[in-house]
Design a protein around this ligand. Structure first.
Ligand code: ADP
Ligand code: ADP
Ligand code: ZN
Length: 215
């Protein structure tokens, strides 16, 4: 099973991808996470991407598509892929087709998380993650069971992204509207798009996604 989670920044793609990974033999392929790792490691890709990401603009298609290809090559053939934050442009959508084709994979579902834009700034500005295992949290909407302790790994260290501020979010939303939303029709013609109401509670969104995967 290979699926794309599509939606604007803060829609819940990462949150839902983590849940799918916990429930199925699937891997989350987040180009955002891969790029942040490259920035931390100071690789040439990281050096090129850092300033672009801080502005909330899109990193070049060639860079993200090559990251995706490498990640797929490191996976077993029977491990499913959850594309989170990729593709984000028509060019990336075309690259994904050939990347999957070359590896004998097919795209099963494109799941669009529909959200009210007014909610996104609150979601992004309250977002934080465990510094140790990467589990996602939110100041209001998803608190750890024991305050200050990660549910998943017990760590007490958390972090916030430098681009999770109101100004950058506006740019990221504009990028989504201009370059990412227009790729949906490509998948519509293949009959593989499903829509989920991303404004519901996290558990409800997960249940709706599971129902789509079961067909
Ligand atoms: P994305 O990967 O699409 O940018 P995230 O999954 O990181 O979005 O979610 C953004 C923030 O909103 C996180 O802090 C997350 O805990 C929270 N969140 C995700 N889904 C929901 C939801 N359905 N309701 C409320 N908050 C949510
Ligand atoms: P969010 O889901 O909150 O928008 P991501 O973690 O997916 O954030 O992406 C963070 C940043 O990384 C983006 O604003 C962009 O600069 C860069 N990025 C991530 N994925 C891509 C992609 N597929 N194409 C271009 N740039 C990307
Ligand atoms: Zn943790």
């Amino acid at each position: 099973m290979n699926i794309i989670l599509l939606g604007p920044p803060g829609a819940g793609k990462g949150t839902q991808a983590q849940r799918l990974v916990d429930a199925h033999a699937m891997r989350q392929l987040s180009t955002g996470d891969m790029l942040r790792a490259a920035v931390r490691a100071g690789t040439p890709t990281g050096l090129e991407a850092k300033a672009v990401m801080e502005r909330g603009e899109l990193v070049s298609d060639a860079i993200v598509s090559s990251l995706i290809g490498e990640e797929l090559d490191s996976m077993g053939a029977d491990t499913g892929a959850i594309f989170d934050g990729y593709p984000r442009t028509a060019e990336q959508a075309r690259s994904l087709d050939s990347i999957l084709d070359a590896r004998g994979r097919t795209l099963d579902h494109v799941i669009e998380l529909e959200v009210n834009e007014d909610a996104l700034v609150d979601r992004i500005c309250g977002r934080y993650t465990c510094a140790s295992c990467g589990k996602g949290y939110h100041d209001k909407f998803e608190l750890p069971q024991v305050p200050g302790v990660c549910d998943k790994c017990g760590s007490t260290e958390f972090k916030r992204r430098p681009d999770d501020n109101e100004e950058t979010v506006r740019t990221r939303m504009a990028e989504y509207r201009a370059k990412t939303a227009p790729i949906l029709p490509i998948y519509e013609t293949r009959g593989i798009v499903s829509r989920v109401n991303g404004m519901e509670e996290i558990d409800h969104v997960s249940a709706a996604i599971e129902a789509i995967l079961k067909g």
